[in-house]
Design a protein around this ligand. Sequence first.
Ligand code: GAP
Length: 449
Amino acid sequence: MSTITPLKDLQTLVSLCKRRGFVFQSSEIYGGLNSCWDYGPLGADFKFNVKMSWWKTMTRRPDIVGLDAAILMHPMVWKASGHIDGFTDPLCDCRACKTRFRQDQAPQKNGKTICPNCGSTEVTEPRNFNLMFKTFMGPVEDAAAVVYLRPETAQGIFVNYENVLTSMRKKIPFGIAQIGKSFRNEITPGNFTFRTREFEQMEMQYFVKPGTDMEWFEKWKETRLAHYSRLGFKPSSLRFHQHGPKELAHYARAAFDVQYEFPFGWQELEGIHNRSDFDLTQHSKFSGKKLEYFDEQTKERFVPYVIETAVGCDRLCLAILCNAFEEEKLASAGGEGDGDSRVVLRLKPFLAPVQVACLPLSKKPDLQETAFKIRQDLSEEFRVDYDETASIGKRYRRQDEIGTPLCLTVDFESLNDKKVTVRHRDTMTQDRVEMSRLSEYVREKLRSF
Ligand code: GAP
């Protein structure tokens, strides 16, 4: 029997991500830039797959369409949305060790705030710190030229509500989905890619008739959980957290977080919010444009309510990697890696950056050519890697560590019997398969994971 250990500490994953080309520290050769991360070759592919699976689950429905709005928006958008006045965190400075921290995340004792770094109670009164990044539009850096990097993608959707409604002839209920970068000048970023100042969001705003909003809210909670299950999360690794009256954002009528148990504890992965008619009403007021819906059948006119699902793509990528990571001590039973241990990412094949690895058993030219030809043929349909370095055992380990579901080994016998050995990531079992039916075989196996 092999024994399996899940991910215990984040640092183990951070090292794997760097070693295997998933995530690098931004500007590393200059000493790095705090809380900014770059996705390496495998990470970029993996993140793209995570986005695609979200995009498909949203926009392949007949009632949801996509959007790609600009990051820079008219400054009035942020006045109307409440971000200029209210998107703040309470910032404290420790007089003893000079640490800056959020008061709402710091320990309190007898009504006093305690510095989370040194434990001193010599801390400044909290002041409201606005999280939006400011920049200037055009060559003159004056107050009239101030624009903001968007702190959420949602507002791009609200200000395009009317455009989408009329150009796409949508009927309520309908949704608009968007993936894009957001920026928040977080006081305490950290935990790798969990909380950063530049991140990507995947948000969907679903416009419904007032009165049907809570029903849709419940439906979206269920729909989102089903998506997490497809991504490979076990029900026990996720939970809902309902926002109490003090936690509710200024726009929210009801809010639930989907939380995941990261190695550093249960944390928010996605927010599901009932935003009522707050945003459309605010943008109507500030822009002077009516943002309503006219129901042809009932002849009613109303401002739709909005149910929002909002997840950070980087945070989701991190959760998927934590969830997929396993260290396996292999049984001493004469099988592969007898008594050894391996690290394996049990990624769903549609998320894995490499789906199939083609491996010639030795550097013999005939074997290399055959393996390379298979790589070429399969890469029409699948994400395929070719690797001829190191021993076959080491190459299997390397592929396990990046989550490759299938390895195809071309050996000496392959040249005679026109078959390859297919080795499965999760079970390490092997099949012998005719080269002529490899595409069909791989397609079927990847589907069955
Ligand atoms: N439009 C609603 C909205 O933006 P939010 O709860 O502030 O709601 C939604 O953000 C999701 O975006 C969060 O659940 C989280 O996954 C992600 N997110 C927010 N701030 C983030 C940060 N600083 N770094 C990484 N992801 C973040």
